[in-house]
Design a protein around this ligand. Structure first.
Ligand code: ATP
Ligand code: MG
Ligand code: FE
Length: 343
């Protein structure tokens, strides 16, 4: 079967076609298209929800046309329509849900709402070297930081999560106070390449907590304190501060991931979410996992942040595994706050 998927939970409009052939085979991506609203929101220093919703409305149909054209297929080839049901911005989610369900009703084909984080979690299955179950998952995005034990599609056990800010938030907030724009994670990481990661001693919160939870709020405060202390010197030491911040975040993510592997006894790690694109994180995880005989899987770089491919993929994998069935009930709702695994 062929799935057309829509992502509109925040500030990227994503549309994709995924095809599931034989049972037991990983579904494959036929085509996808993405429009990022980052440039539009940059002037405001963050996402403006009302502008996000309106832009999703403008982009979603042209992107759908592009995806169909690129795959050489028409809407007749689509068997199921998937959309991000949550979590995310309510107005933004309603655009994708509304379009998906209207299109489903017009074509008389079933629809399926999927969890945005399940999309991120399963996005490494879109890569050339997909993982196999079971594995430990490190989900590091703009709004979430979680370690999970994953035994199959829909079989997720939480091992630990952040008690305050997400890792992506720590990158973005630190970047913002260094004047690196929004979302500043990638910019901070780039600047860090020219800095000394040992220049400033920043806290590694909860590193010795004895559990797999994270905390990044204190780190952001420490970065702010350090920036204030530097005063006029900040400009000259910015690369050092960026490198020290990145080192602190990556250090915690690395050590907690290794602890999760140890605790579960599993020898496979899957990293997903926007921060999974971070170069230092990949370098350090690769090195430590190689030493331990652990295989690490990542999404392709361009599929780490939000996209439609992961939503179509999650729907296809849920259906192929029997974890979910799409339906012809076209009345829709969205779940702006929604914990993965909760009904
Ligand atoms: P969620 O998925 O939790 O709802 P989100 O959709 O906003 O949140 P993603 O799209 O997965 O999050 O990821 C965006 C985040 O990833 C931002 O915080 C961004 O700064 C961060 N990010 C992207 N690339 C990098 C990088 N190379 N280094 C560090 N952080 C990065
Ligand atoms: Mg985004
Ligand atoms: Fe996301």
């Amino acid at each position: 079967f062929t799935v057309l998927g829509f992502e509109s939970s925040c500030d990227e409009t994503g549309v994709a076609l995924v095809r599931a052939d034989a049972a037991g085979q990983v579904p494959r991506l036929l085509s996808h298209a993405l429009h990022s609203q980052v440039a539009m929101h940059q002037a405001y220093g963050g996402v403006v929800p009302e502008l996000a919703s309106r832009d999703h409305i403008r982009r979603v149909l042209p992107l759908t046309d592009a995806v169909l054209a690129e795959s050489g297929r028409s809407l007749d080839a689509v068997d199921v329509i998937a959309y991000t049901r949550g979590p995310g911005l309510a107005g933004a989610l309603l655009v994708g849900a509304g379009v998906a369900c209207s299109m489903g009703a017009a074509l008389g084909i079933p629809v399926l709402g999927v969890h945005h984080l399940e999309g991120h979690l399963l996005s490494p299955f879109l890569s050339a070297d997909p993982p196999e179950f079971p594995f430990v998952a490190l989900l590091v995005s703009g709004g979430h930081t979680q370690l999970m034990r994953v035994d199959g599609v829909g079989r997720y056990a939480m091992l630990g999560e952040t008690i305050d800010d997400a890792a992506g938030e720590a990158f973005d907030k630190s970047a913002k106070l260094m004047g690196l724009g929004y979302p500043g994670g990638p910019a901070l990481s780039k600047l860090a390449e020219q800095g000394d990661p040992k220049a400033f001693a920043l806290p590694r919160p909860l590193l010795r907590s004895g559990n797999l939870d994270f905390s990044f709020a204190g780190l952001k405060t420490a970065v702010l304190t350090q920036a204030r202390k530097l005063g006029d010197e900040l400009e000259a030491r910015k690369a050092d501060l960026a490198a020290s911040t990145e080192a602190a975040i990556v250090d915690v993510l690395l050590k907690k991931s290794l602890a999760a592997l140890e605790l579960t006894g599993l020898d496979r790690l899957v990293v997903a979410g926007g921060v999974g694109a971070n170069r230092l994180l990949r370098v350090q995880l690769n090195a430590e996992c190689r030493r331990r005989g652990v295989r690490v899987h990542y999404p392709e770089l361009h599929l780490c942040t939000d996209n439609g491919a992961m939503i179509a993929m999650a729907a296809a994998m849920r259906m192929a595994s029997g974890a979910a069935e799409p339906s012809k009930r076209y009345a829709f709702d969205v779940r702006p706050r929604w914990t993965l695994g909760e009904d």
